[in-house]
Design a binder for this molecule. Sequence first.
Ligand SMILES: *Cc1c(COP(=O)(O)O)cnc(C)c1O
Length: 228
Amino acid sequence: MRLEEIGERVAAVQRRVAQAARSSGRDPSAVMLIAVSKTKSAAEVRAAYEAGQRDFGENYVQELVGKAQELSDLPGLRWHFIGHIQTNKARRVAEVASVVHTVDSERLAQELGRRAQAAGRVIPVLVEINVGEEESKTGASVGRARAIVEVARAQGGLRVRGLMTVPPFELNAAETAPYFDRLRALRDELGGAAVLPELSMGMSHDFEVAIGRGATMVRVGTAIFGVR
Ligand SMILES: *Cc1c(COP(=O)(O)O)cnc(C)c1O
């Protein structure tokens, strides 16, 4: 992707996010756009930053650490970790990520909390839920959500902010709506927006649907950076 084009695409997606928020009677500032930069170069991230984008999503620890180092001159840039975390990689994530969207077990919550505390940080985290209960997928089952939220809450190094999900990949945009509704309903069962304000849901093909269902964070890669 040409670097100039990335800036235009950031602006275009940002407009679509704002429009989707307004169409459902929500304040556009209540929805954060996270530009998912996995497999893309530091130069491409820099181009999006220059267009005003500040929040970026990464899936792989090695890539996160490398880009964070290369782009450490950019003030206000925030890295969101959105990939599966093996507990032996928790330390690096706890040192670099501004937000972690993928806490999916009690064990990971404990390890991440311990590592965050050791780094002198308090990290906002989301609990990832496999709403579709797909066997091949990461994320906790709906039934385990409450226990994981409670363990994460008990960690001094973590601040639990909400829930995240990735619906089954083969669905089209309209078909994902029930998954987003289920995540929101689960959030309400766990105490509602007062205690879990963030819902991280929606990707390039369905972020507008997700915003209509209450997403506060959308994770958009392809629509900004092109195909991977
Ligand atoms: C890759 C990825 C995205 C972005 O997907 P696009 O379809 O490229 O927008 C969002 N969320 C997660 C968890 C991802 O792994």
